[in-house]
Write a protein that binds this ligand. Structure first.
Ligand code: ZN
Length: 141
């Protein structure tokens, strides 16, 4: 299996079996983002003492990239500190803009499989949506 095929499989797997999917009771922060270009919507909710992301969940609808990215982001960020999560968001953003290479950033976990999306500029926002919602949540803590 080539790397491209492996990445495709990962995206499909997260789309079909999303991690951390569902709503969250009494979240400390929640954010809702809509991508009019593609019709994607992502709602991220989390519980945090403002130091650690204790629980994170997402709901939404839209294309497979947007939903898979939300699943990957949520799984990756659960249990991490706010500082770590901010850094992961910066790294993910620079991967999507081509400034950094996924192969140098294994800490992004399954989210490295989205690197190829940058070849389709109209879809980059789909991959970024969940991370934007996360940033908005962090700003509310
Ligand atoms: Zn989309």
């Amino acid at each position: 299996m080539s790397v491209d095929e492996l990445y495709q499989e990962l995206i499909l797997d997260h789309h079909r079996h999303p991690r951390c999917n569902g709503s969250l009771d009494k979240p400390d922060a929640q954010s809702n983002i809509f991508n009019p270009l593609c019709g994607d919507e992502i709602i991220v909710a989390l519980r945090s003492d403002s130091k650690v992301i204790e629980e994170i969940r997402f709901t939404g609808h839209g294309c497979s990239i947007s939903q898979a990215s939300a699943s990957m982001m949520s799984e990756l960020c659960k249990g991490k500190t706010v500082e770590e999560v901010k850094k992961l968001g910066d790294t993910f953003t620079s991967m999507m803009t081509g400034e950094r290479k996924a192969s140098d950033h294994p800490e992004l976990g399954d989210a490295i499989s989205l690197e190829g999306v940058q070849q389709f500029p109209a879809r980059i926002r789909c991959a970024m949506l969940a991370w934007e919602a996360l940033q908005q949540c962090l700003a509310k803590l």
